[in-house]
Design a protein around this ligand. Structure first.
Ligand code: ATP
Ligand code: MG
Length: 258
C-alpha cells in the first residue's frame, strides 16, 4: 500500500470574510483506500471538501492531482479530472426517477432526443456493478426511495463518470442500522474497485469499520493523518476534541510529522 496519493492538498487556507476556516491544511487521498475525514461540528470538513470540489475557491495552497498541479475553480474542473462529491444535503430531485437523477445535467442524446435506453442501461450497469439490488425499478421517483436507497443512487451517480476520487459527506448520518451497513459495504466496494474514497463521518464505529486512513481536522487545522490500524478509537476521539493525543496531533498549532 505504498502507492502515491491520487489527490494531495498542501497549505490550504480558506476564509469566509474575516473568519479563517481552514489553516494550512494538508490532505492526501490514495487509490484503493477509504480515507475517513473526521472532526467536530464546524471543524471545516465540508469546507475542505467544497474546496476540493471547486465549489469554494481557496485563498492559498497547492492542489495536486495524479502528481500534477491542478487548477480547480469550478465543479466542472473537478469533475473533468474525475473528482465527484456527494454532498451532505443530497442533491437529488424528488420528482425525477432514478435514471433522470443519475444523468441530471449530463443527459445522453441521440440526435435531438434523449437517449433513454442507453441512459437506463448505463444506470442499471452501474448499480449492478456496485452490487445494488434493493432498488425495484429504475423508473421510480426518488421520492419513493428509502434514505439508504437515496444515498445509494447519489453514490452511483457519482461513480457513473469514470471517477477516480469520490467524496461522501456524511452518507450515513440519517440512516438506520441496516441501511448504514449497506452504504458502508458500498463504500468499501468502491475502494476495492480502485477508487480513492473520502468518507466524512461522526460515527467512530463506521470510521473504524471501513477506513484505511483517518484524517482529523481540529478547528480548521489538520491535527493528524494516520493509518486506521495504527490508532485506537480513543486516540481519534482525543484528536477530534482536543486536536492532539499524546505524541499525535497538533503540537504548538502544527501537525506533528509521524
Ligand atoms: N458559506 C459560508 N460562509 C461563511 N461561513 C461558513 C460558510 N460555510 C461554512 N462556514 C463556517 O466554516 C466553519 C466550518 O464549517 P464546515 O461546514 O466546513 O464544518 P464541518 O466540519 O463540515 O461541520 P459539520 O460536522 O457540522 O458538518 C464553520 O464555522 C461554519 O460556520
Ligand atoms: Mg459538514
Amino acid at each position: 500500500m505504498s502507492t502515491a496519493p491520487v489527490l494531495e492538498l498542501r497549505g490550504i487556507d480558506k476564509s469566509f470574510g474575516p473568519v479563517q476556516v481552514l489553516h494550512d491544511v494538508a490532505f492526501s487521498v490514495y487509490p484503493g483506500e477509504v480515507t475517513a475525514l473526521v472532526g467536530d461540528n464546524g471543524a471545516g470538513k465540508s469546507t475542505l471538501v467544497k474546496c476540493i470540489g471547486g465549489i469554494h475557491p481557496f485563498d492559498s495552497g497547492d492542489y495536486f492531482f495524479e502528481g500534477k498541479q491542478a487548477h480547480v475553480s469550478s465543479p466542472r474542473d473537478a469533475a473533468s479530472m474525475g473528482v465527484e462529491i456527494v454532498y451532505q444535503d443530497l442533491a437529488l430531485c424528488d420528482n425525477l426517477d432514478i435514471v433522470q437523477n443519475m444523468f441530471l445535467g449530463r443527459e445522453r442524446k441521440r440526435g435531438l432526443v434523449l437517449d433513454e435506453d442507453t441512459m437506463e442501461e448505463m444506470a442499471a450497469k452501474t448499480l449492478l456493478g456496485l452490487s445494488v439490488r434493493t432498488v425495484k425499478s429504475l423508473r421510480q421517483h426518488v421520492s419513493s426511495l428509502s434514505g439508504g436507497q437515496r444515498q445509494t443512487v447519489a453514490i452511483a451517480k457519482a461513480v457513473l463518470w469514470n471517477s477516480k476520487v469520490v467524496i461522501l459527506d456524511e452518507p450515513t448520518a440519517a440512516l438506520g442500522v441496516a441501511q448504514t451497513a449497506q452504504v458502508l459495504e458500498l463504500v468499501r466496494r468502491l475502494a476495492d474497485k480502485g477508487l480513492a474514497v473520502v468518507l466524512i463521518s461522526h460515527n467512530m464505529n463506521d470510521v473504524f469499520a471501513v477506513s484505511d486512513r483517518i484524517a482529523a481536522l481540529y478547528l480548521g487545522r489538520m491535527a493528524a493523518q494516520v493509518k486506521t490500524s495504527d490508532v485506537t478509537h480513543s486516540q481519534i476521539v482525543e484528536l477530534i476534541t482536543a486536536g492532539r493525543s499524546g505524541e499525535l496531533g497538533l503540537q504548538n498549532g502544527k501537525e506533528a510529522t509521524a
